[in-house]
Design a protein around this ligand. Structure first.
Ligand SMILES: [Zn+2]
Length: 65
């Protein structure tokens, strides 16, 4: 039986294994998958570096040819 915990953003009770630990507004929060996708601009994931920002990948832009 799944252990439920409330999402830190919407309060929805969600199986703990589906909650994602993220940085939200500078603090650690556990968000349900729904909030993870809806709050994408507000959260920073501590694990994955942002790939949509800064690093321009020369190989990608060249291989468009
Ligand atoms: Zn939520």
């Amino acid at each position: 039986m799944a252990v439920l915990a409330p999402c830190d953003n919407c309060g929805r009770h969600t199986p703990i294994y589906r909650l994602a630990g993220v940085i939200l507004d500078g603090g650690v929060a556990r968000l349900c998958p729904r909030c993870v996708s809806s709050e994408k601009e507000r959260i920073e994931t501590p694990y994955a570096p942002r790939t949509d920002n800064g690093a321009i990948q020369p190989s990608t832009s060249r291989e468009v040819w």
